[in-house]
Design a protein around this ligand. Structure first.
Ligand SMILES: [Zn+2]
Ligand SMILES: [Zn+2]
Length: 369
């Protein structure tokens, strides 16, 4: 089969002929129909996350089951499916409780094994990890769901538990943040988006943000409010003013010590902070005095297990959520090396996700592009 692989960290990836993956006894081999290009793939390629070399990246995919192992009971060839980026073992106490996203023995195609920048990809523990694609959800759309969109969905719904009328603050309007804005607005939350970039905030408004706060690089705010004016001492103060006392739910979608702290500070009493952006630098000081005094809840969010996908899929299928609006360029498998290299310079956060559509893969899902 064809796959994009690299033989060393930072070495130019090449489209090459490689052996097809073996089908795990409890898993499936999927004919990849579409797969997203994510910054996590770039991190692995650069050696920030260790992978076995040579390596095939790609972890946000959708396709059709080509083969199923003898222990698989729920899936068979021809099924249109996707899977979360973190696949559980299907057998531990966390997987049995439906929380495969924190399975200690999780596998991640594209990181712990060969990924989906290929014509075929293997998924372990298929009964626990595959998700059916409803008719009307195309493979390209589904390929956008497995990483940032599902992570945002779980942050806003599972951890944040936003209700109609709640204020949701979203800090950082890149891929995850804009997904959270769209999801929060679709659920009836009033969204205040925070970013340093005017273009990102404009995009957030288009996707449903009611108010925006322009942050400066030091965590302060230079402008705030629906009218885009009103100087303020900081992001938290600006959010408190807009929301009449603080957000009910706040998401750090970027990942920085300053933003995580500001996200906690912008909450109203009994509010919920959800940390989605990664903090690779180690322990981070947080205002735990406020956590006590205001009885705040603090959550970490690590993707979303297959169990929780159906609610999101229904909202995608009926058009309540439109992840296709977050899609950028659609390229072929041969375009992956260039797409990865392009991430050497930080992309405009409004650019949308590049999606690889494999040629010759008929999509009977139809519907959205
Ligand atoms: Zn497990
Ligand atoms: Zn990803």
């Amino acid at each position: 089969m064809k796959a994009v692989l690299y033989s060393g960290y930072g070495a130019t990836p090449v489209l090459a002929e490689v052996p097809a993956p073996a089908c795990p006894a409890d898993g499936v081999v999927i004919m990849v129909g579409a797969t997203g290009v994510c910054r996590s793939d770039w991190h692995a390629w650069k050696g920030h996350d260790p992978v076995a070399l040579p390596h095939v990246g790609g972890h946000e995919f959708a396709g059709v089951v080509a083969a199923a192992g003898p222990a698989v009971t729920r899936w068979r060839p021809g099924d249109r499916v996707t899977a979360p980026f973190a696949c559980g073992c299907g057998q531990c106490e966390f997987c049995l409780a439906g929380d495969a996203q924190v399975c200690p023995r999780q596998t991640q195609p594209g990181f712990t094994g060969p990924g989906s920048f290929a014509e075929l990809v293997a998924v372990h523990a298929a009964d626990a990890n595959l998700v059916t694609l409803p008719a009307g959800v195309s493979l390209v759309t589904a390929a956008c769901l497995g990483c940032r969109f599902a992570t945002a969905f779980r942050a806003v719904t599972g951890h944040g538990r936003v209700r109609p009328g709640d204020w949701l603050a979203v800090h950082g309007c890149g891929g995850v943040g804009l997904s959270a804005v769209m999801i929060g607005a679709a659920l009836g939350a009033r969204v205040v988006a925070v970013d340093v970039s005017a273009a990102a905030l404009e995009r957030a408004r288009e996707l449903g943000a009611e108010a925006v706060v322009t942050a400066d690089a030091t965590g302060g705010a230079t402008a705030a409010g629906q009218a885009g004016n009103g100087a303020s001492a900081g992001v938290a103060a600006a959010v408190a003013e807009i929301t009449g006392g603080g957000a009910h739910v706040s998401v750090d979608a970027l990942g920085s010590p300053a933003i995580a702290a500001e996200s906690l500070r912008c909450l109203r009493r009994r509010g919920r902070h959800v940390q989605v952006g990664l903090l690779p630098g180690g322990p981070v000081p947080l205002p735990m005095d406020l956590v006590i005094a205001r009885e705040l809840e603090v959550y970490g969010s690590h993707g979303m297990a297959a169990r929780d996908y159906p609610a999101m899929m229904r909202m995608v299928a009926d058009g309540t959520l439109r992840p296709a609006l977050l899609t950028g360029d659609v390229i072929g498998l041969e375009g992956v090396p260039q797409a990865l290299a392009a991430m050497d310079s930080p992309a405009a956060s409004t650019a949308g996700m590049t999606v690889v559509k494999l040629t010759g893969r008929e999509d009977r899902g139809g519907g959205q592009p």
